[in-house]
Design a protein around this ligand. Sequence first.
Ligand code: BGC
Length: 442
Amino acid sequence: SPDPAPSPAPAPGTSLNTTGNPYADATLYQDPDYAAKVKQSLGRVPVGSADAQLIQVAGGFRTAVWMDRLAAIDGAKATGGALGLADHLDAAIAQQKAAANGGALKPMAVTVVVYDLPDRDCAALASNGELSSANNGMAIYKTQYIDRIAEIVARPAYAGLRIVTVIEPDSYPNMLTNLSKPACAEVDRKKVYVEGIQYTLAKLSTVPNVHMYLDIAHSGWLGWNDNRAKAVAGFKALVAGATPSGRLDVIRGFATNTANYTPLDEPYFNGTDDVVKTGGTTQFYEWNRAVDELTYIDLLHAEFVAAGFPRSLSFIVDTSRNGWGGPKRPTGPQADVDDMRIDRRLHRGNWCNVKDTGIGERPRANPDPSRAHLDAYVFIKPPGDSDGTSDATQTSPNEEGKRFDGMCGTMTGDALSGAPHAGQWFHDQFVMLLRNASPALK
Ligand code: BGC
């Protein structure tokens, strides 16, 4: 009998959103490189200790894979180094087969963070990155980074995977709110982030099994009414301008709280979270009504839909480090807002290796039946990876563009000391996160 006709190639700008929640009913990819880092930490605690037990559990965490520089695409597996993108996708296929145990394959979701924009992270220093727009960075980003990622994910061998991309954490939100900083004003004027992200959306939208979420910071950043309005208008223009069709459903939705510590919910605030405007200490929330991530995504969903996005627009939330368990967690409502918030930071803007934090809700799809616009909790920031060095002498960028940012030093009162460069393993932070997990690890 004749071969079945091959399915037609998708037109550029094909809607990917209509394929639904990529995490639904899917097994999550387990990154062997992450498991190896965890194992290293196991060797640093007493055998049989409570910490050792926690670390054993963490060995099973399903975390995202960060393409945080050109060299991450190839990796260095052959010489005993990190897996490259194709290695990860091969490993995902192997895990998918192993899970099927000879039976039918179940969907497998691999979360990949696309993170190498020129002039990356314009308002901070810890993760500036390797590409500079003044130095041909845009052309390099397009041809040596995005085109290469697109070529790999489009290989027929990977057509059976659900490849979820979290696109460019921090940069575009930084531009929206930090135009007073020269570096951000410059990327705005030169449209560096807009051009880079639009290229990425257009390119990856041609691969039907790639699902895209744009990073949209967190409630303690873009949560204020005026910032949300800016974000909705800015992201709409960004997405609409990405493909000739102007379709807004080219993305599945947005990722919030990436690499941040903001809780899903402040459990002791009243149902409407409107304690912010009443008595008590309001300083921590600075009259920002979006006091937690669930409030934030509810507001954003309604506002994006009102702005013309499809109702199916959905969110994922990074819960890798927003659990806030541990001894400082309040156990019930208090007279003062400041005493009952589980977010114990001194300021919501503190983002670097924050003290007293813990692992949050474990990754899973459709975690909240009352929120159809919440696709999944995901561990986007691998817990244990540093946010930036605490060494104030590291002022010039290393080869990855990493250097000291004051937010990682003693200035905020919230950052752990002894931290290595962003992305490197920080054992002490890792153990703290496990101890303070909420829900507790078991
Ligand atoms: C770093 C990246 C790293 C990522 C995940 C970022 O802050 O800049 O190099 O891959 O965190 O840990």
